[in-house]
Design a protein around this ligand. Structure first.
Ligand code: PMP
Length: 410
């Protein structure tokens, strides 16, 4: 453009725009089910007690605010590797890959930053630009990968009319894609549907991945939210590690975030890990990641990563408190999910899908019209795809919400 006045207005962010409208609403019964951030039973955000403890230790011991490395500190990287790939000693294959220096881990600016870094990295070095994402997926996936120069395309995932996974079409649409495409897989608590594959279904998908020589890119933003235990939610990672050790898969990449499972949202703490063919390949990949990150943001922030380091450092004995904090958060979400289900009128609509879904959301299957009616008539705010963030539900509003939903589906 020649004049700034020629720049067109960009549409508001779909999720954050909802919070703005919610804030303006004067109705005291209003409910915000838009943003995927945890709220307690009184509707307030929390800091995990274990995180608060780690911050106290940090405050007492920290003597400098120097830059960390371009890809974060070794201590953070090792904490992530131990947590995710060694799985506390339970994953022998992951352990072998760590020992052979076949995992390159870099701290990134939370999960979004890790997705963008791997997007840029793949665009720079990987021959195929096509990246397959499930339909539907987190809206930002498409935006991030397009901006990174990749070509996102949907594969079938969910059948809205049945409120269920569409596994037959999922397999069919993946099989019809060109060899060597990149495929994005949600590790657990698929956003927005909350519907995950069973281990048997993953086996079938991974068979297609091997046959078509796809490059698996795993996004894990909700580790711990499926079962309440982060060490149990990584069946896909463990299976991928096994396939790599068995030489059936050469490489894969994992984007991981502590935003939800440690409640470190605004601290922007996450990582990218690339599993490589050899220690030599790891060295080259790490050097290229540094070359890529340095001109973008130079190095990641340190407050959140130091909290992670402290929680995983055995001498501070905080790991179990964190696991308990997380279990409590997930427990509340599950309780509220069942309470909502109990209060819904099953005579006019089949709500059984709610009980199969896991994570921070319920994917209701309500139409955009019904969601808009909920907003206009009941001050219930959610995205028009019918995704409700269950964090916004608590003992005080679950009956009001269920009643409003019952009215709009009548
Ligand atoms: N992936 C998915 C599927 C998500 O839902 C989110 C958070 N909404 C992210 C990645 C990244 O979140 P963050 O950048 O806050 O870590």
């Amino acid at each position: 453009v020649r004049k700034w006045s020629e720049i067109p207005l960009a549409p508001p962010d779909k999720i954050l725009g909802i919070s703005e409208a919610y804030n303006k609403d004067a109705n005291t019964s209003k409910i915000n089910l838009g943003v995927g951030a945890y709220r307690d039973n009184s509707g307030k955000p929390i800091i995990f007690p274990s995180v608060k403890e780690a911050e106290k230790i940090l405050l007492a011991s920290e003597v400098e605010k120097e830059y960390t490395g371009i890809t974060g500190s070794k201590k953070f990287q090792n904490a992530v590797k131990g947590f995710v790939f060694n799985n506390s000693g339970k994953d022998v294959n992951g352990q072998q890959l760590i020992e052979q220096n076949r995992i390159v881990t870099a701290q990134t600016i939370s999960g979004t930053g890790s997705l963008r870094v791997i997007g840029d990295f793949l665009n720079r070095f990987y021959t195929n630009k096509k990246l397959l994402v499930p339909k539907p997926t987190w809206a930002n996936h498409v935006a991030v990968f397009k901006d990174a120069g990749l070509e996102p395309e949907f594969y079938a995932y969910y059948e809205t009319s049945k409120n269920d996974l569409d596994f037959a079409n999922l397999k069919k649409s993946l099989s019809s894609q060109p060899d060597g495409s990149i495929v994005l897989l949600h590790a657990c608590c698929h956003n927005p549907t909350g519907m995950d594959l069973t281990p048997e279904q993953w086996e079938e998908v991974l068979a297609i991945v091997q046959e078509k020589n796809f490059y698996p890119l795993v996004d894990m933003a909700y580790q711990g939210f499926a079962s309440g235990n982060p060490y149990k939610d990584i069946g896909l990672i463990r299976r991928l590690n096994e396939l790599v050790v068995q030489n059936k898969l050469k490489s894969y990449a994992l984007c991981q975030s502590f935003a939800k499972n440690m409640g470190l949202y605004g601290e922007r703490t996450g990582s990218i890990s690339i599993i490589t063919e050899s220690a030599e390949a790891s060295q080259a990949i790490e050097s290229q990641l540094k070359k890529l990150i340095r001109p973008i943001y130079s190095s990641p922030p340190i407050h959140g990563s130091k909290i992670v380091e402290i929680i995983f450092d055995e001498q501070h004995n905080l790991l179990n408190s964190w696991l308990q904090d997380l279990d409590k958060v997930v427990g509340r979400l599950n309780t509220v999910r069942s309470k909502l289900y109990e209060n819904l009128d099953k005579s006019s609509y089949n709500w059984d899908h709610l009980l199969k879904q896991r994570g921070m959301f319920v994917y209701t299957g309500l139409s955009a019209e019904q969601v808009i009616k909920l907003r206009n008539d009941y001050s219930v705010y959610a995205t028009e795809d019918g995704r409700f963030s269950i964090s916004g539900i608590n003992d005080n509003n679950v009956e009001y919400l269920a009643n409003a939903i019952n009215e709009v589906v009548k």
